[in-house]
Design a protein around this ligand. Sequence first.
Ligand code: ZN
Length: 242
Amino acid sequence: MEPGNRTGQTLSSPRLSATLAAMPDRAGIIIHPFARFGLPPRTVLLTFDDGPNGAVTAHLLDVLHAAGVHAAFCVIGTRAAAQPELIRRLHAEGHLLVNHGMHHALWRTLFAATAAAEVDACNAVLARILGEPGYRARYYRPAGGLVTGGLLHVLRARGMRLLACSAFINDHLDGPATADRVTRNLLTRLQRDQGGVTVLHDGLQRLLRLGNPNRTWVPAAVQALITTLRADGYSFTTTLDG
Ligand SMILES: [Zn+2]
């Protein structure tokens, strides 16, 4: 599937769910599950992956707080464990905490047993940090967009859902020099689709040695994005259907 290709299909679609559920554990495929989650027109859910990431995430939280915008943070368990104060802060400030796996390792997603361990370990870290025994994130964002039938079974068994996206523009490859292009590309995509679920990386866990670990430009890019979208009549949400 070409990134950004709007399918109009959500993961609750019976056909896609049946296709994935029929896949044996070992038959992992790499897809980026695009879904709009039934968001109302001109509504945007901002999601940030691979953090928390120290000062970058703190700056991003400042930007969101000043703008009065809530977003979803798809955090990696090992990084959350090392930066518990950022997890507590983003939770306290009303952002949606999303499980992005304990180690963000693609191979662990391929098999149901290791996928379950990834999901559970990350949830356990979040539960410990938040002081809420038994806490489970409501959503899971797959590392690298890798989804298998086994993974979906693991999520279903835990009452969790996949957090897909509709606007993925490979921002992980960008650095400060191309930050403006990221903002422009995201705006073009959101305006074409009249909203959607974006992906930006406040942290970066490189896969296949790809990506630019300098994320210092992300908060300013998000500020520009929010300002332009608001002026154009868009609003922001963390409430998804289902
Ligand atoms: Zn990621």
